[in-house]
Design a protein around this ligand. Structure first.
Ligand code: NAD
Ligand code: DAU
Length: 339
């Protein structure tokens, strides 16, 4: 079995590669990644010399490079993690989100049609459903909920989902889609809430909460997401969408207070800053379908997962300190300087 994993030098893709190489010693895993600001080769250092693994630096929008890789490797399965993934960046500059997240998905699926595969899996997000109100705790999104994305990022992901479903219907491409909630765990780029707050707290820098901090996200430990994708590509039904979530809703402010407590830092570091434009209030996905059809259940409780995550950032300071010592400084000043 040969699997191309796109975006495997990023957060979830790298964790997926580690999971697959450990679980399936007879599989060949190829990572195709452009190495944008979010992609980090040091993340893959432990598997670079693994004979079952190959890294290829390429853009999923580059048709020639993608087709060349397919011609060389003849993959059975393609799992597409490659994306511009940060909502705040999409608000600043949507163009690259449309290019990578929509056009890149089309290029990959065209190569799948041309060379033939047994499965194309699109890694999508719960953000395609838009948000829910804070005062209706009984509501959650199912796979049949309408698509109502709020940001350029989530609109580009919803577009890619629609394109994938159209390739299934029109060309018979064997497509599956997963829509997962907010992931946390090792190797997450420190622009996202949890790693940003951990790294800022460790440097005694202000912890910038957008608006009131009452916004709710549905958190899942990254390994549980990877295991869900593993199940979907092996046992999931072609043409189906699977929501993935650990039913773990938390307010941003409570997460940041918990991080302060775990690190022994004062809550006075918390600073309320100007809210994100169009900020989604609450996400919650109903994972009943993947549980009933594939037997998937999350294994990591938030209380344990957040401790493991904090421990990882404490023990791997070089990984994130290298990131925040470079271009990240300009990003941080631009996004937070006058907030
Ligand atoms: P990430 O930003 O950490 O990593 C993205 C990776 O894609 C990077 O390695 C980057 O170099 C690569 N990439 C970007 N543009 C590329 C291109 N044009 N060609 C090839 N590679 C390219 O993202 P993540 O948080 O790991 O998310 C991975 C996927 O999962 C995304 O599709 C995202 O929409 C989805 N998702 C993320 C979450 C989350 O909480 N992080 C939740 C649900 C779904
Ligand atoms: O729900 C899945 C999505 O989760 C994925 O599709 C996205 O790729 C991923 O980035 C994530 O999107 P969010 O916008 O929910 O994640 P982020 O970590 O950027 O923000 C989480 C919440 O924290 C959100 O309500 C905004 C808030 N926040 C974020 C940052 C970076 C702050 O209050 N301060 C911050 O500095």
């Amino acid at each position: 079995m040969t699997i191309i994993v796109t975006g495997g030098a990023g957060f979830i893709g790298s964790n997926f590669i580690f999971h697959m190489l450990a679980k399936y010693p007879d599989y060949r895993i190829i990572c195709l990644d452009k190495l944008t600001y979010a992609g980090n080769l040091s993340t893959l250092a432990d598997v670079m010399d693994n004979p079952d693994f190959r890294f290829v630096k390429a853009d999923i929008c580059d048709r020639e490079a993608v087709e060349q890789l397919f011609a060389e490797e003849h993959p059975d399965i393609v799992v597409n993690f490659a994306a511009e993934s940060h909502v705040d960046r999409s608000i600043e500059d949507p163009g690259i989100f449309l290019q990578t997240n929509i056009m890149g998905t089309a290029v990959l699926m065209d190569a799948c049609r041309k060379f033939g595969i047994t499965r194309y899996h699109q890694v999508s997000t719960d953000e395609v459903y838009g948000d829910l109100p804070l005062d209706r705790a009984e509501l959650s999104f199912t796979e049949t909920s309408p698509l109502r994305p709020s940001s350029p990022y989530s609109s580009s992901k919803a577009s890619a989902d629609l394109l994938a479903l159209s390739y299934k219907r029109t060309y018979g491409l064997p497509v599956t889609i997963s829509r997962c909630g907010n992931n946390y765990g090792p190797y997450q780029f420190p622009e996202k809430l949890i790693p940003l707050m951990i790294s800022n707290a460790l440097q005694d820098k202000p912890l910038p909460i957008y608006g009131s901090g009452e916004n709710v996200r549905d958190w899942i430990y990254v390994d549980d997401h990877c295991k869900a994708i593993d199940m979907i590509i092996h046992k999931g039904k072609v043409g189906e969408i699977y929501n993935v979530g650990a039913s773990c809703e938390m307010r941003n402010i409570d997460i940041v207070k918990l991080i302060c407590k775990e690190l022994g830092k004062q809550e006075s570091l918390i600073t309320h800053v100007t809210d994100r434009k169009g900020h989604d209030m609450r996400y919650a996905v109903d994972p009943t379908k993947i549980h009933n059809e594939l037997g998937w259940l999350p294994e990591t409780k938030f209380a344990d997962g957040i401790k493991k995550t904090i421990k990882w950032y404490l023990e791997n300071r070089k990984w994130w300190e290298d990131i925040i010592s470079g271009e990240y400084q300009n990003y941080y000043e631009k996004m937070y300087g006058n907030r």
